[in-house]
Design a binder for this molecule. Structure first.
Ligand SMILES: Nc1ncnc2c1ncn2[C@@H]1O[C@H](COP(=O)(O)OP(=O)(O)OP(=O)(O)O)[C@@H](O)[C@H]1O
Ligand SMILES: [Mg+2]
Length: 468
Protein backbone atom coordinates (compact mmCIF):
# COMPACT_ATOMS: atom_id res chain seq x y z
CA UNK A 1 0.00 0.00 0.00
CA UNK A 2 1.34 3.40 -0.86
CA UNK A 3 -1.24 5.32 1.12
CA UNK A 4 -0.12 7.38 4.06
CA UNK A 5 -1.78 9.61 6.55
CA UNK A 6 -0.98 13.28 6.45
CA UNK A 7 0.65 14.10 9.76
CA UNK A 8 -1.71 15.93 11.95
CA UNK A 9 0.27 18.68 13.53
CA UNK A 10 -2.46 21.08 14.52
CA UNK A 11 -4.38 18.99 16.99
CA UNK A 12 -4.35 15.63 18.60
CA UNK A 13 -7.70 14.19 17.65
CA UNK A 14 -7.24 13.18 14.04
CA UNK A 15 -10.36 13.04 11.95
CA UNK A 16 -11.08 9.99 9.80
CA UNK A 17 -9.04 10.18 6.62
CA UNK A 18 -10.30 10.49 3.07
CA UNK A 19 -9.21 7.88 0.54
CA UNK A 20 -8.33 9.07 -2.94
CA UNK A 21 -8.27 6.44 -5.67
CA UNK A 22 -6.70 7.62 -8.91
CA UNK A 23 -4.27 5.96 -11.29
CA UNK A 24 -2.85 9.15 -12.77
CA UNK A 25 -0.01 10.10 -10.41
CA UNK A 26 -0.17 13.79 -11.30
CA UNK A 27 -3.87 14.07 -10.51
CA UNK A 28 -3.45 11.95 -7.40
CA UNK A 29 -0.79 14.32 -6.13
CA UNK A 30 -2.90 17.36 -6.96
CA UNK A 31 -5.88 15.94 -5.10
CA UNK A 32 -3.80 14.93 -2.13
CA UNK A 33 -2.23 18.37 -1.87
CA UNK A 34 -5.52 20.16 -2.24
CA UNK A 35 -7.17 18.03 0.43
CA UNK A 36 -4.21 18.40 2.77
CA UNK A 37 -4.44 22.16 2.29
CA UNK A 38 -8.09 21.99 3.21
CA UNK A 39 -7.05 20.18 6.37
CA UNK A 40 -8.11 16.63 5.52
CA UNK A 41 -5.80 13.74 6.30
CA UNK A 42 -5.65 11.67 3.14
CA UNK A 43 -4.86 8.10 2.14
CA UNK A 44 -4.15 7.24 -1.47
CA UNK A 45 -4.50 4.24 -3.75
CA UNK A 46 -3.69 3.89 -7.43
CA UNK A 47 -6.16 1.07 -8.07
CA UNK A 48 -9.48 -0.20 -6.75
CA UNK A 49 -7.75 -3.36 -5.53
CA UNK A 50 -5.41 -1.27 -3.45
CA UNK A 51 -8.35 0.77 -2.19
CA UNK A 52 -10.12 -2.40 -1.05
CA UNK A 53 -6.99 -3.48 0.79
CA UNK A 54 -6.84 -0.12 2.55
CA UNK A 55 -10.53 -0.20 3.38
CA UNK A 56 -10.15 -3.68 4.89
CA UNK A 57 -8.01 -2.33 7.68
CA UNK A 58 -8.66 1.44 7.90
CA UNK A 59 -11.84 3.29 8.53
CA UNK A 60 -12.23 6.21 6.17
CA UNK A 61 -14.78 9.00 6.04
CA UNK A 62 -15.05 9.32 2.31
CA UNK A 63 -13.72 7.75 -0.89
CA UNK A 64 -12.95 9.98 -3.85
CA UNK A 65 -12.55 7.70 -6.81
CA UNK A 66 -11.81 7.97 -10.49
CA UNK A 67 -14.15 5.92 -12.67
CA UNK A 68 -11.52 4.75 -15.14
CA UNK A 69 -9.03 2.57 -13.35
CA UNK A 70 -6.99 -0.42 -14.43
CA UNK A 71 -8.59 -3.68 -13.24
CA UNK A 72 -11.70 -3.14 -11.15
CA UNK A 73 -13.07 0.25 -12.13
CA UNK A 74 -14.54 2.94 -9.90
CA UNK A 75 -18.15 1.97 -10.58
CA UNK A 76 -17.48 -1.65 -9.70
CA UNK A 77 -15.72 -0.56 -6.53
CA UNK A 78 -18.73 1.52 -5.55
CA UNK A 79 -21.12 -1.29 -6.36
CA UNK A 80 -19.11 -3.73 -4.33
CA UNK A 81 -18.88 -1.45 -1.32
CA UNK A 82 -22.60 -0.79 -1.36
CA UNK A 83 -23.34 -4.49 -1.84
CA UNK A 84 -21.25 -5.23 1.21
CA UNK A 85 -23.34 -2.75 3.13
CA UNK A 86 -20.71 -0.03 3.42
CA UNK A 87 -22.18 3.43 3.80
CA UNK A 88 -18.85 5.23 3.38
CA UNK A 89 -19.11 8.55 1.55
CA UNK A 90 -18.29 8.19 -2.14
CA UNK A 91 -17.52 10.84 -4.73
CA UNK A 92 -16.78 9.70 -8.28
CA UNK A 93 -14.57 11.53 -10.71
CA UNK A 94 -15.69 11.19 -14.31
CA UNK A 95 -14.27 12.55 -17.53
CA UNK A 96 -15.90 15.59 -19.05
CA UNK A 97 -18.76 14.60 -21.32
CA UNK A 98 -19.66 11.37 -19.54
CA UNK A 99 -22.61 12.64 -17.64
CA UNK A 100 -24.47 9.34 -18.03
CA UNK A 101 -21.70 7.66 -16.09
CA UNK A 102 -22.02 10.19 -13.32
CA UNK A 103 -25.76 9.64 -13.17
CA UNK A 104 -25.28 5.89 -13.08
CA UNK A 105 -22.89 6.38 -10.17
CA UNK A 106 -25.49 8.44 -8.28
CA UNK A 107 -27.98 5.63 -8.82
CA UNK A 108 -25.46 3.13 -7.47
CA UNK A 109 -25.24 5.13 -4.29
CA UNK A 110 -22.49 7.67 -4.95
CA UNK A 111 -23.00 10.88 -3.00
CA UNK A 112 -21.73 13.27 -5.60
CA UNK A 113 -19.61 13.46 -8.69
CA UNK A 114 -16.86 15.69 -10.05
CA UNK A 115 -15.81 16.02 -13.65
CA UNK A 116 -12.34 16.34 -15.07
CA UNK A 117 -10.72 18.77 -15.55
CA UNK A 118 -11.09 19.17 -11.80
CA UNK A 119 -12.31 22.38 -10.27
CA UNK A 120 -10.55 22.45 -6.92
CA UNK A 121 -12.99 24.73 -5.21
CA UNK A 122 -15.77 22.44 -6.38
CA UNK A 123 -13.83 19.56 -4.87
CA UNK A 124 -13.66 21.20 -1.46
CA UNK A 125 -17.32 22.04 -1.54
CA UNK A 126 -18.33 18.54 -2.58
CA UNK A 127 -16.20 16.95 0.13
CA UNK A 128 -17.64 19.23 2.73
CA UNK A 129 -21.20 18.67 1.61
CA UNK A 130 -20.86 14.92 1.62
CA UNK A 131 -19.16 14.82 5.02
CA UNK A 132 -21.68 17.19 6.50
CA UNK A 133 -24.66 15.33 5.14
CA UNK A 134 -23.25 12.03 6.44
CA UNK A 135 -22.08 13.19 9.80
CA UNK A 136 -24.95 15.43 10.71
CA UNK A 137 -28.11 14.69 8.78
CA UNK A 138 -30.03 16.95 11.11
CA UNK A 139 -28.04 19.95 9.92
CA UNK A 140 -29.52 19.67 6.46
CA UNK A 141 -33.01 20.26 7.75
CA UNK A 142 -31.90 23.15 9.90
CA UNK A 143 -33.01 23.34 13.45
CA UNK A 144 -31.83 26.94 13.64
CA UNK A 145 -34.44 29.57 13.01
CA UNK A 146 -32.48 31.95 10.83
CA UNK A 147 -31.24 29.65 8.14
CA UNK A 148 -32.80 28.15 5.06
CA UNK A 149 -31.24 24.83 4.14
CA UNK A 150 -27.87 25.99 5.40
CA UNK A 151 -28.13 29.56 4.10
CA UNK A 152 -27.45 31.87 7.01
CA UNK A 153 -29.34 35.13 6.93
CA UNK A 154 -31.08 37.06 9.62
CA UNK A 155 -31.52 40.36 7.82
CA UNK A 156 -34.99 41.28 6.70
CA UNK A 157 -33.76 41.06 3.09
CA UNK A 158 -32.68 37.44 3.53
CA UNK A 159 -35.72 36.47 5.57
CA UNK A 160 -38.02 37.71 2.86
CA UNK A 161 -35.85 35.97 0.26
CA UNK A 162 -36.22 32.69 2.16
CA UNK A 163 -39.99 33.13 2.22
CA UNK A 164 -40.12 33.80 -1.52
CA UNK A 165 -37.79 30.90 -2.26
CA UNK A 166 -39.91 28.51 -0.21
CA UNK A 167 -43.04 29.62 -2.04
CA UNK A 168 -41.50 29.35 -5.49
CA UNK A 169 -39.87 26.02 -4.71
CA UNK A 170 -43.23 24.28 -4.97
CA UNK A 171 -43.74 25.12 -8.61
CA UNK A 172 -42.01 23.67 -11.64
CA UNK A 173 -41.50 27.07 -13.21
CA UNK A 174 -37.97 27.92 -14.29
CA UNK A 175 -36.23 30.14 -11.78
CA UNK A 176 -33.54 32.77 -12.18
CA UNK A 177 -31.12 33.61 -9.38
CA UNK A 178 -29.42 36.97 -9.62
CA UNK A 179 -26.66 38.33 -7.47
CA UNK A 180 -23.05 39.33 -7.39
CA UNK A 181 -20.32 36.77 -7.29
CA UNK A 182 -20.11 34.99 -3.96
CA UNK A 183 -23.58 35.93 -2.69
CA UNK A 184 -24.71 32.31 -2.49
CA UNK A 185 -26.54 31.65 -5.77
CA UNK A 186 -25.50 28.04 -5.97
CA UNK A 187 -26.33 27.51 -2.32
CA UNK A 188 -29.78 28.95 -2.99
CA UNK A 189 -30.26 26.73 -6.04
CA UNK A 190 -29.56 23.68 -3.87
CA UNK A 191 -31.87 25.01 -1.18
CA UNK A 192 -34.71 25.50 -3.65
CA UNK A 193 -34.22 21.95 -4.90
CA UNK A 194 -34.16 20.60 -1.34
CA UNK A 195 -37.35 22.49 -0.56
CA UNK A 196 -39.13 21.43 -3.75
CA UNK A 197 -41.23 18.33 -4.44
CA UNK A 198 -38.31 17.17 -6.59
CA UNK A 199 -36.01 16.91 -3.59
CA UNK A 200 -35.59 13.15 -3.95
CA UNK A 201 -34.57 13.46 -7.59
CA UNK A 202 -31.08 14.46 -8.76
CA UNK A 203 -29.69 17.96 -8.47
CA UNK A 204 -27.26 18.50 -11.31
CA UNK A 205 -25.20 21.66 -11.50
CA UNK A 206 -23.55 22.74 -14.71
CA UNK A 207 -21.50 25.82 -15.33
CA UNK A 208 -22.31 27.14 -18.80
CA UNK A 209 -18.95 28.91 -18.94
CA UNK A 210 -17.08 25.65 -18.67
CA UNK A 211 -18.58 23.76 -21.61
CA UNK A 212 -17.08 24.43 -25.05
CA UNK A 213 -19.76 26.11 -27.18
CA UNK A 214 -19.66 23.46 -29.89
CA UNK A 215 -20.29 20.64 -27.42
CA UNK A 216 -23.00 22.37 -25.47
CA UNK A 217 -26.05 21.23 -27.36
CA UNK A 218 -25.15 17.56 -27.14
CA UNK A 219 -24.02 17.93 -23.55
CA UNK A 220 -27.39 19.46 -22.67
CA UNK A 221 -29.80 17.46 -24.79
CA UNK A 222 -27.81 14.33 -25.60
CA UNK A 223 -27.26 12.88 -29.06
CA UNK A 224 -28.10 9.80 -31.06
CA UNK A 225 -25.54 7.44 -32.52
CA UNK A 226 -24.03 8.87 -35.69
CA UNK A 227 -25.34 12.38 -35.04
CA UNK A 228 -21.90 13.78 -35.79
CA UNK A 229 -18.38 12.53 -36.38
CA UNK A 230 -17.26 10.78 -33.25
CA UNK A 231 -20.77 10.08 -31.96
CA UNK A 232 -20.24 6.31 -31.85
CA UNK A 233 -22.97 5.72 -29.36
CA UNK A 234 -26.06 7.58 -28.43
CA UNK A 235 -25.76 9.40 -25.18
CA UNK A 236 -28.08 11.15 -22.81
CA UNK A 237 -27.57 14.77 -21.95
CA UNK A 238 -27.94 16.77 -18.75
CA UNK A 239 -31.64 17.34 -19.34
CA UNK A 240 -32.24 13.61 -19.40
CA UNK A 241 -29.82 12.96 -16.55
CA UNK A 242 -31.63 15.39 -14.27
CA UNK A 243 -35.00 13.72 -14.96
CA UNK A 244 -37.23 13.96 -11.94
CA UNK A 245 -34.93 16.53 -10.35
CA UNK A 246 -33.48 19.97 -10.92
CA UNK A 247 -30.89 21.20 -13.37
CA UNK A 248 -28.87 24.20 -12.23
CA UNK A 249 -27.60 26.23 -15.18
CA UNK A 250 -24.94 28.39 -13.59
CA UNK A 251 -23.61 31.45 -15.43
CA UNK A 252 -26.44 31.33 -17.94
CA UNK A 253 -25.19 34.66 -19.29
CA UNK A 254 -22.34 32.72 -20.92
CA UNK A 255 -24.64 30.47 -22.94
CA UNK A 256 -24.31 31.01 -26.69
CA UNK A 257 -27.32 32.78 -28.20
CA UNK A 258 -28.13 29.88 -30.54
CA UNK A 259 -28.45 27.51 -27.61
CA UNK A 260 -30.52 30.05 -25.69
CA UNK A 261 -33.14 29.66 -28.41
CA UNK A 262 -33.15 25.90 -27.91
CA UNK A 263 -33.39 26.25 -24.17
CA UNK A 264 -36.36 28.58 -24.52
CA UNK A 265 -38.03 26.11 -26.82
CA UNK A 266 -37.43 23.31 -24.35
CA UNK A 267 -38.97 25.39 -21.56
CA UNK A 268 -42.00 26.24 -23.64
CA UNK A 269 -42.64 22.81 -25.08
CA UNK A 270 -41.40 20.95 -22.02
CA UNK A 271 -39.56 18.63 -24.34
CA UNK A 272 -36.05 18.32 -25.74
CA UNK A 273 -34.61 16.89 -28.93
CA UNK A 274 -31.26 15.09 -28.71
CA UNK A 275 -28.82 16.09 -31.46
CA UNK A 276 -29.60 14.04 -34.56
CA UNK A 277 -32.84 12.63 -33.13
CA UNK A 278 -36.05 12.61 -35.12
CA UNK A 279 -38.38 13.06 -32.23
CA UNK A 280 -38.60 15.13 -29.13
CA UNK A 281 -38.51 13.61 -25.67
CA UNK A 282 -40.63 14.83 -22.80
CA UNK A 283 -38.61 16.85 -20.35
CA UNK A 284 -39.07 16.35 -16.64
CA UNK A 285 -36.67 18.80 -15.03
CA UNK A 286 -36.93 22.02 -13.15
CA UNK A 287 -34.50 24.60 -14.47
CA UNK A 288 -32.78 26.92 -12.01
CA UNK A 289 -30.53 29.41 -13.77
CA UNK A 290 -28.10 31.87 -12.24
CA UNK A 291 -25.93 34.74 -13.34
CA UNK A 292 -23.90 37.53 -11.82
CA UNK A 293 -24.36 39.57 -15.00
CA UNK A 294 -26.88 42.29 -15.71
CA UNK A 295 -28.92 40.50 -18.31
CA UNK A 296 -30.68 43.67 -19.47
CA UNK A 297 -27.32 44.98 -20.53
CA UNK A 298 -26.43 41.68 -22.16
CA UNK A 299 -29.67 41.94 -24.12
CA UNK A 300 -28.80 45.43 -25.28
CA UNK A 301 -25.45 44.20 -26.46
CA UNK A 302 -27.00 41.29 -28.32
CA UNK A 303 -25.59 38.56 -26.12
CA UNK A 304 -28.78 37.47 -24.43
CA UNK A 305 -32.19 36.76 -25.88
CA UNK A 306 -35.02 38.96 -24.78
CA UNK A 307 -37.61 36.22 -24.90
CA UNK A 308 -35.56 33.83 -22.78
CA UNK A 309 -34.91 36.59 -20.29
CA UNK A 310 -38.61 37.33 -19.86
CA UNK A 311 -39.37 33.67 -19.52
CA UNK A 312 -36.81 33.26 -16.74
CA UNK A 313 -37.32 36.60 -15.10
CA UNK A 314 -40.92 35.87 -14.14
CA UNK A 315 -39.61 33.90 -11.19
CA UNK A 316 -36.37 35.56 -10.32
CA UNK A 317 -34.80 36.03 -6.93
CA UNK A 318 -32.08 38.55 -6.26
CA UNK A 319 -29.63 37.73 -3.54
CA UNK A 320 -28.43 40.99 -2.05
CA UNK A 321 -24.70 41.65 -1.71
CA UNK A 322 -23.34 41.31 1.79
CA UNK A 323 -22.78 45.06 2.15
CA UNK A 324 -26.56 45.54 1.92
CA UNK A 325 -27.12 43.20 4.85
CA UNK A 326 -24.34 43.96 7.25
CA UNK A 327 -26.28 42.44 10.11
CA UNK A 328 -25.75 39.02 8.55
CA UNK A 329 -21.98 39.27 8.89
CA UNK A 330 -22.18 38.68 12.63
CA UNK A 331 -24.28 35.57 11.98
CA UNK A 332 -22.07 34.29 9.22
CA UNK A 333 -18.84 34.56 11.20
CA UNK A 334 -19.68 31.88 13.80
CA UNK A 335 -21.45 29.70 11.22
CA UNK A 336 -18.42 29.78 8.92
CA UNK A 337 -15.98 29.26 11.77
CA UNK A 338 -17.97 26.20 12.78
CA UNK A 339 -18.06 24.96 9.21
CA UNK A 340 -14.32 25.21 8.70
CA UNK A 341 -13.33 24.25 12.22
CA UNK A 342 -15.52 21.19 11.68
CA UNK A 343 -14.03 20.44 8.28
CA UNK A 344 -10.56 20.68 9.67
CA UNK A 345 -11.50 19.02 12.93
CA UNK A 346 -10.09 21.92 14.85
CA UNK A 347 -11.53 23.43 17.95
CA UNK A 348 -11.78 27.21 17.81
CA UNK A 349 -12.72 28.49 21.23
CA UNK A 350 -12.02 32.16 20.87
CA UNK A 351 -12.00 34.85 18.29
CA UNK A 352 -9.55 37.62 19.00
CA UNK A 353 -11.59 40.80 19.50
CA UNK A 354 -9.44 42.64 16.96
CA UNK A 355 -10.19 39.90 14.43
CA UNK A 356 -13.89 40.22 15.13
CA UNK A 357 -13.71 43.98 14.75
CA UNK A 358 -11.89 43.74 11.44
CA UNK A 359 -14.26 41.08 10.10
CA UNK A 360 -17.33 43.08 11.10
CA UNK A 361 -15.99 46.29 9.64
CA UNK A 362 -15.01 45.14 6.18
CA UNK A 363 -17.15 45.78 3.08
CA UNK A 364 -16.73 42.41 1.26
CA UNK A 365 -16.77 43.19 -2.45
CA UNK A 366 -16.40 39.42 -2.90
CA UNK A 367 -19.41 38.82 -0.64
CA UNK A 368 -19.85 35.69 1.46
CA UNK A 369 -17.21 33.82 -0.49
CA UNK A 370 -14.63 36.43 0.49
CA UNK A 371 -15.68 36.28 4.14
CA UNK A 372 -15.61 32.51 4.01
CA UNK A 373 -12.14 32.39 2.46
CA UNK A 374 -10.80 34.76 5.11
CA UNK A 375 -12.25 32.61 7.86
CA UNK A 376 -11.05 29.38 6.30
CA UNK A 377 -7.56 30.79 6.16
CA UNK A 378 -7.62 32.04 9.74
CA UNK A 379 -9.00 28.72 10.98
CA UNK A 380 -6.23 26.88 9.15
CA UNK A 381 -3.59 29.10 10.71
CA UNK A 382 -5.19 29.20 14.16
CA UNK A 383 -3.18 27.97 17.06
CA UNK A 384 -4.36 27.15 20.56
CA UNK A 385 -7.97 27.44 19.50
CA UNK A 386 -7.82 31.15 18.80
CA UNK A 387 -8.76 32.89 15.60
CA UNK A 388 -6.29 35.74 15.29
CA UNK A 389 -6.32 39.14 13.71
CA UNK A 390 -2.83 38.57 12.31
CA UNK A 391 -4.14 35.60 10.30
CA UNK A 392 -6.73 37.61 8.38
CA UNK A 393 -5.99 38.82 4.85
CA UNK A 394 -4.25 42.19 4.73
CA UNK A 395 -7.14 44.07 3.12
CA UNK A 396 -9.50 43.04 5.90
CA UNK A 397 -6.96 43.94 8.57
CA UNK A 398 -6.42 47.34 6.97
CA UNK A 399 -10.06 48.15 6.87
CA UNK A 400 -10.46 47.11 10.46
CA UNK A 401 -7.71 49.48 11.58
CA UNK A 402 -10.04 51.64 13.62
CA UNK A 403 -11.59 48.67 15.32
CA UNK A 404 -8.23 47.18 16.04
CA UNK A 405 -7.08 50.29 17.76
CA UNK A 406 -10.13 50.31 19.89
CA UNK A 407 -10.00 46.62 20.62
CA UNK A 408 -6.53 46.87 22.02
CA UNK A 409 -7.84 49.15 24.72
CA UNK A 410 -10.89 47.13 25.53
CA UNK A 411 -8.93 43.94 25.49
CA UNK A 412 -6.76 45.28 28.25
CA UNK A 413 -9.86 45.33 30.37
CA UNK A 414 -10.49 41.76 29.44
CA UNK A 415 -14.24 42.14 29.03
CA UNK A 416 -14.39 41.49 25.33
CA UNK A 417 -11.96 38.68 25.60
CA UNK A 418 -14.14 36.98 28.15
CA UNK A 419 -17.29 37.63 26.25
CA UNK A 420 -15.80 36.16 23.14
CA UNK A 421 -14.68 33.02 24.94
CA UNK A 422 -16.64 30.18 23.58
CA UNK A 423 -19.40 29.58 25.99
CA UNK A 424 -21.79 29.31 23.11
CA UNK A 425 -21.29 30.70 19.61
CA UNK A 426 -24.38 32.91 19.44
CA UNK A 427 -22.72 35.00 22.14
CA UNK A 428 -21.10 36.82 19.26
CA UNK A 429 -24.27 38.87 19.16
CA UNK A 430 -23.63 39.81 22.72
CA UNK A 431 -20.02 40.57 21.89
CA UNK A 432 -21.11 42.78 19.10
CA UNK A 433 -23.53 44.64 21.31
CA UNK A 434 -20.92 45.19 23.98
CA UNK A 435 -18.51 46.33 21.38
CA UNK A 436 -20.95 48.85 20.05
CA UNK A 437 -21.70 50.08 23.56
CA UNK A 438 -17.97 50.43 24.27
CA UNK A 439 -17.42 52.50 21.17
CA UNK A 440 -20.47 54.59 21.99
CA UNK A 441 -19.07 55.24 25.43
CA UNK A 442 -15.67 56.10 24.03
CA UNK A 443 -17.16 58.62 21.61
CA UNK A 444 -19.31 60.16 24.30
CA UNK A 445 -22.47 58.82 22.67
CA UNK A 446 -21.71 60.34 19.28
CA UNK A 447 -23.47 58.01 16.83
CA UNK A 448 -21.93 59.40 13.70
CA UNK A 449 -18.45 58.92 15.14
CA UNK A 450 -19.37 55.50 16.46
CA UNK A 451 -20.57 54.34 13.06
CA UNK A 452 -17.33 55.65 11.56
CA UNK A 453 -15.17 53.85 14.09
CA UNK A 454 -17.13 50.64 13.57
CA UNK A 455 -16.93 51.08 9.82
CA UNK A 456 -20.65 50.50 9.37
CA UNK A 457 -23.40 52.65 7.95
CA UNK A 458 -25.17 54.91 10.41
CA UNK A 459 -28.47 53.27 9.54
CA UNK A 460 -27.02 49.93 10.50
CA UNK A 461 -25.92 51.33 13.82
CA UNK A 462 -29.39 52.69 14.53
CA UNK A 463 -30.87 49.33 13.67
CA UNK A 464 -28.50 47.60 16.05
CA UNK A 465 -29.27 50.02 18.82
CA UNK A 466 -32.98 49.50 18.31
CA UNK A 467 -32.47 45.78 18.74
CA UNK A 468 -31.01 46.31 22.19
N1 LIG B 1 -25.89 33.02 3.37
C1 LIG B 1 -24.90 32.10 3.40
N2 LIG B 1 -24.75 31.31 4.46
C2 LIG B 1 -23.74 30.42 4.52
N3 LIG B 1 -22.84 30.24 3.56
C3 LIG B 1 -22.95 30.99 2.46
C4 LIG B 1 -23.98 31.96 2.32
N4 LIG B 1 -23.84 32.56 1.12
C5 LIG B 1 -22.78 31.99 0.53
N5 LIG B 1 -22.22 31.05 1.33
C6 LIG B 1 -21.01 30.28 1.03
O1 LIG B 1 -20.18 31.12 0.26
C7 LIG B 1 -19.59 30.44 -0.81
C8 LIG B 1 -20.03 31.05 -2.13
O2 LIG B 1 -21.40 30.76 -2.35
P1 LIG B 1 -21.94 30.31 -3.79
O3 LIG B 1 -20.95 29.46 -4.49
O4 LIG B 1 -23.32 29.78 -3.62
O5 LIG B 1 -21.98 31.75 -4.46
P2 LIG B 1 -22.34 32.19 -5.95
O6 LIG B 1 -23.31 33.30 -5.86
O7 LIG B 1 -22.74 30.98 -6.72
O8 LIG B 1 -20.95 32.78 -6.44
P3 LIG B 1 -20.33 32.86 -7.93
O9 LIG B 1 -21.17 33.82 -8.70
O10 LIG B 1 -18.95 33.37 -7.66
O11 LIG B 1 -20.36 31.47 -8.45
C9 LIG B 1 -20.01 28.98 -0.65
O12 LIG B 1 -19.00 28.31 0.07
C10 LIG B 1 -21.28 29.08 0.16
O13 LIG B 1 -21.49 27.90 0.89
MG1 LIG C 1 -21.69 30.01 -8.30
Amino acid sequence: MNGHATPDTEHDTPTLPLLVVEDDPAILELLEEELADAGYPTLTATSAEQALATLSHSEVALVICDVRLPGIDGMQLLERLRREGSSVGFIVITAFGTIDQAVEALKQGADDFLTKPLDLEGLREAVYRVLESRLAPHLASDGAANTFHGIVGESEAMQSLFRDAARLADSDAPMLLLGESGTGKELMARAVHAESPRRDGPFIAVNCASIPAELMESEFFGHVKGAFTGADESRQGLFQAARGGSLFLDEIGEMPVALQAKLLRALQERSVRPVGAEREEAMDVRIIAATHRHLEQEIEEGRFRNDLFYRLETFSLRIPPLREREGDIARLIPALIDKHAGQQDKGIQRIEPAALGALLGYAYPGNVRELENAIMRAVTLAEAGQLCHADLPQRIRDQGEAQRHHCRETRAEGTLANAAARADWPSLEEVEKRYIRKVLEATGGNKRRTAEVLGIARRTLYRRLEEE
